[in-house]
Ligand binder design. Structure first.
Ligand code: GTR
Length: 438
């Protein structure tokens, strides 16, 4: 674990695992004229220089090649589906009164289904597990859902006392968290990010899990969480071993393993979504796991939708220094050498093609580089078009509050880094358009 120990005239001294290192204080660039000139790797040219001119070459050669590059150089390599995965539905209530009826609310939405499921990753009661919380509209048929990890525990998404209080490690700075454990006082603390009534009234379910169930978000040398359970303790950690983002993404695939078994869910219409570091996670999960029919990145920034080569706001160096556990060790080779990366983040978006993908930015979230987020969506367009979709309908960044709803969707809204009601409303519009007819 690195710790800041002293400031000396703009130089931060940090204690690393083995040695002292001096790093200059990080000053983000927010000046468009100082963005370095850069050339992006072409998603439609193979590593050995062959053009990719048809869907088959994309599918059989270039897509696997790009996936492998992201595994090796950026996020690291996760194991597959564990052999002994089990699902325990420990709560099912088909008449939860989350939303008392009002004159304006559509009939039938007052009572919804709440379901909670423990996914045991090693099949053993004392092994790592993920608790899923599900709210589903009672429509008498399997419903499409939004699947997202949350930052503060399932019990934080609304005040429903039926939600199991998380027992996992949690950041003590969160409301109602004491000594890194949730208390009753933390119920509903993240409700603004979960406008459940609006989403369910439009016919979609919400499925969520606490990301710390999968891997606690601090640098512990990969001892806790799923790394501790699935890595070989005796072998040295390879430079392409999975970091925390890869672990969280892997956890989303395990949630999908469960959803495929649930008759209340239309598992062919699952949109995976995430905010910020969990937006990076949703993109990587959706890129790898084609069971996700739609992928949504909310303010995901560096290592998510934003192009690394622009070095605007948060950079590869800064993210690797500040969050040394998020990516694989190899990614650190590209600190201040973004131009040497064999990929950039437009290729992550391209891996999702031809499935609908939506990238969203916030005007004041300059740290995440809104323009870089737009551009990577834009530069995935040739792959989407090669695969027969309309790609991204615009070439220039749209104005605030002017959502683009082509197969590659995008918006930038006024305001701060957050998952806001406006964002959710656009995601439901996008799902109506692109998932509705399946
Ligand atoms: C920041 C980090 C971003 C973003 C954000 C979040 O500190 O620099 O990359 O992930 O956290 O997840 O809220």
């Amino acid at each position: 674990m690195r710790r800041i120990v002293a400031w000396l005239g703009g130089v931060v001294l940090v204690v690393g695992q083995a040695a002292w290192a001096a790093q200059p204080e990080f000053k983000p660039n927010y000046d468009e004229s100082k963005v370095p000139a850069y050339e992006l790797p072409d998603p439609l040219v193979t590593r050995d220089g062959r053009p990719v001119a048809d869907a088959r070459t994309w599918r059989e050669v270039r897509r696997p090649e790009i996936l492998e590059l992201f595994r090796t150089h950026v996020y690291g390599r996760a194991p597959g589906r564990p052999a002994k995965l089990t699902f325990d539905v420990f709560d099912l209530d088909r008449a939860v009164e989350l939303f008392p009826a009002t004159a304006t609310r559509p009939a039938g939405i007052a009572h919804v289904t709440r379901k909670q499921v423990t996914i045991r990753l090693t099949g053993q009661a004392d092994g790592p597990s993920i608790d899923l919380l599900m709210y589903l509209p009672n429509l008498g048929r399997p419903v499409p859902v939004f699947l997202l990890l949350n930052f503060a525990g399932n019990h934080a998404v609304c005040t429903d006392p039926g939600i199991r209080l998380s027992r996992s490690w949690m950041r003590s700075s969160y409301p109602g968290v004491v000594d890194n454990r949730a208390t009753e006082a933390s119920r509903g603390s993240a409700a603004s990010r979960f406008p459940l009534d609006q989403i369910l009234a439009r016919g979609y379910g919400v499925v969520t899990a606490y990301y710390g169930d999968i891997d606690p978000d601090f640098d512990d040398g990969f001892k806790n969480g799923v790394h501790g359970a699935f890595d070989r303790p005796d072998a040295p950690r390879p430079p392409d071993a999975w970091g925390s983002i890869a672990a969280w993404a892997w956890g989303l695939s395990r949630a999908m393993d469960y959803l495929e078994t649930d008759p209340d869910v239309d598992s062919r219409r699952v949109a995976v979504l995430g905010h910020s570091r969990l937006g990076k996670t949703a993109l990587w999960a959706g890129a790898q796991d084609e069971r996700f029919a739609m992928v949504i990145s909310n303010n995901s920034g560096c290592g998510g939708a934003a192009l690394s080569r622009r070095c605007f706001g948060e950079t590869v160096t800064r993210i690797n220094q500040h969050f040394p556990h998020w990516f694989c060790e190899n990614f650190k080779r590209y600190n201040d050498r973004e131009s040497e990366l064999p990929v950039d983040q437009h290729m992550l978006i391209a891996l999702i093609a031809p499935r609908p993908v939506y990238v969203a930015s916030a005007e004041e979230d300059r740290w995440a580089d809104p323009k870089g987020e737009f551009l990577s969506a834009r530069h995935a367009d040739p792959v989407y078009r090669l695969l027969g979709t309309d790609g991204m309908a615009v070439s220039d960044m749209p104005e605030l509050g002017q959502p683009v709803m082509s197969t590659i969707g995008y918006h930038i809204r006024p305001g701060k880094h957050d998952l806001a009601l406006y964002d959710w409303q656009r995601y439901v519009d996008f799902a109506d358009k692109h998932l509705g007819k399946r």
